[in-house]
Ligand binder design. Sequence first.
Ligand SMILES: NC(=O)c1ccc[n+]([C@@H]2O[C@H](COP(=O)([O-])OP(=O)(O)OC[C@H]3O[C@@H](n4cnc5c(N)ncnc54)[C@H](O)[C@@H]3O)[C@@H](O)[C@H]2O)c1
Ligand SMILES: O=C(O)C[C@H](O)C(=O)O
Ligand SMILES: [Mg+2]
Length: 564
Amino acid sequence: MSRGSGSPFRPYDTSFTNDVRKALGIRGLMPPVVESFELQKNRCLEQIAMKTTSIDKYMYLSNLRNTNTDLFYRLLIDNMREITPLVYTPVVGEACQKWSHIYTQPEGLYLSWSDRGNLRNVLENWPAEEVDIVVVTDGSRILGLGDLGVNGMGIPVGKLALYVGCAGIDPRKTLPITIDMGTNNEGNLGDPMYLGTKMHRVTEEDELEFLDEMMIALNDRWPGLVVQFEDFKNPFPSLERYKNTYTAFNDDIQGTGAVILGGVMSGFGRSGIPLAEQRLVFMGAGSAAVGVAKQIVELFIKNGMTEDEARRKFWLVDSKGLVTNDRGDHLAEHKLFFSRDDNSGQQFASLEEVVDYVKPTALMGLCTTGGVFTESIIKKMAAMNEHPLIFPLSNPVHKSECTFEQAMKWTDGKVIFASGSPFPAYTHNGVEHIPGQGNNMYVFPGIGLGAILCQSTHISQDMIYASAAGLAKSVNDEEKAKGWLYPDLRRIREVSVVVAREVIRAAQAGNLDRKKNLQRLNDAELDEFIKKAMYDPCEPSSSHIASRVPSGSSSPVSEERGRF
Ligand SMILES: NC(=O)c1ccc[n+]([C@@H]2O[C@H](COP(=O)([O-])OP(=O)(O)OC[C@H]3O[C@@H](n4cnc5c(N)ncnc54)[C@H](O)[C@@H]3O)[C@@H](O)[C@H]2O)c1
Ligand SMILES: O=C(O)C[C@H](O)C(=O)O
Ligand SMILES: [Mg+2]
C-alpha cells in the first residue's frame, strides 16, 4: 500500500544489493554504494543532530517514516530513548499546535462531519486491505493543550508509531483517524491555514451518533479490528457505549490507569507504607485522574479492602478545589464515586490546603496545569513521608506539575517519582538518578498486540488490570536495585511481550479470545509466538522487496525498458 504522497515501500534503499537493483531495474537511480541499515541509521542520527529545532527533527522523522518505513522503525527501535521524545510527547504536542502550518502530506484518515451517512464509502478510500488497529481522536483535548481540532492528527500518528516500534504491530495494518467535528479553538477558526472544517463543535449527542456510524463502518470493512480512543475531552460516553460491543478501549482512562497502577505497585513497596495507610491526593479530576484512581481501587480491593474502604483512600481536587458532596456545584458523573462526604462541611479551595488536611502519602498530577506542585507543597510531602510518591503526569513537559529536578531538590532526593513526559537525569549527592516515565506508552502497545493476536472480542477490565501486572513484573532486578518504577525504555519490546501475554491470558480466562489454539501454549511458547508475530524491520532482501513493492509502484523504470 502507499500512504500519503510517498510510498513507504518505494524501492530506493541504499541497502539493496546489486542483484536486487538489477532485478528492479533501478541501477543508477541511486548512489552505487551498498550500505547496511546500521550505517544508514548513523546518517539519520547525524542529520537529526544537524537540525536545530525540535520541529525540524519531527518533520525529518515524519518524512523518513513515509519514504523509508523500515529504516525509520529500525532507527526508532534501536534508539528508543532518543527518538521517542521526537515522535511522541513532548515534541508531538508542539507539532500538533503547528500542524496546519507544518503540514506537508496526509498521514491518516480524516472523517468529517460533512461525511456523515457516508463513512463506509470514505473508509473504502483507505488503500490497505487489512487493518488491525485504529487510533482515533476528535482533537478536543490534545495532551494538556486543549482543543486543537484536526491539528490533533499528530497524536494518532504518534501513538501508532509507538505501536509499531514498541510492540511490533505491522505498520501497514495501522490506521490513524482524526474526526473533524469542528473546533471551539478560536485561534484555529481564525487561522487561514487551519486544515479542519471551520465551524464550532457539534453537540455531544451528534458526535456520539457519528461515532456509532464510524464504529459500524470500521467493523464492516475490517471485522474485529482494535479501536483505541485517544484524547477526547469527554471520553466516558464512548467508552461505556463501545467497550462491551467492540474490541475498543480508551487509552487516557484505561491505559493511563494501568500504567500508573503498574508504577504504584512498585512504588508502594518502596515507600514502605502498607496499603491500608496509603492516602492519595489527585490534582485534577478528569478522565485520566479518574481512570488512574479506579485502577488503584482495584489493587486495594484485590488486597482485601471493600470497595467503600478503597475509594476513601482518594481525595480528588479539580479547578474548584477538593471534590466534595456538599461543595454546592453540580458534579460531573465521573467524579461522584470519589466525591468526599466526610469533610464536615469544610471546603478546601487550594491543593496546599488539601495536602495539610489529608497528609497524603502520594500526590498525582493530572490537571493540565504546569507548576502546581510548588516548593512549599513538595517540601510538606517530604516532611510528612520518608519517601513521598510524587507523580506529575500531565503532558507535554511544560504542563508537568513539577520537574524532576524540583522534586529531587525539594525532597532532598527522597522522592519516588514518575512523570508523564521525559525529564533529564539529575545528579544528587554525586549520584545520577534517572526519572521514571509514567506514560501509557508502557502498556497500550502491549494491550493492542495482545488483543490483536488472540482476536479478543472485547477489551475487558481484567485485561487492562493484567497489563498493569505484566508491566510491574517486567521491572528486572537491576532496575529494581536502582529504585526504578518502570523498565528501561530500551527494553520496551520485551516488556510489550509480557504485557501482551498477560492480556491474552486474561482474555482467555474471560472467554473473550477467538483464537482458541493459543490456549494450548504454555507461557514460554506463547511468548515465542508473540515475538515471532512482531514486525522487526531489517535490510530488504529480494523476496522482501517483491512482496512490498506496491502494484503500480512508483518505480520510474518500466517493464518495457528492461532491467539493468
Ligand atoms: N502520563 C500519561 O500517560 C497521561 C495519560 C493521559 C493523560 N495525561 C495528562 O493528564 C492531563 C489531564 O488529562 P485528562 O484527560 O484527565 O483531562 P481532563 O480535561 O479530562 O481533566 C483535567 C482536570 O484537571 C482539572 N484542572 C484543570 N486545571 C486545574 C487547576 N489549575 N487546578 C486544579 N485542577 C485543574 C480540571 O478541573 C479537570 O478535572 C493532560 O495533561 C494529559 O496530557 C497523561
Ligand atoms: O500522549 C501521551 O503522551 C500520554 C497521554 O495519552 C496524554 O494524553 O497525555
Ligand atoms: Mg492521551
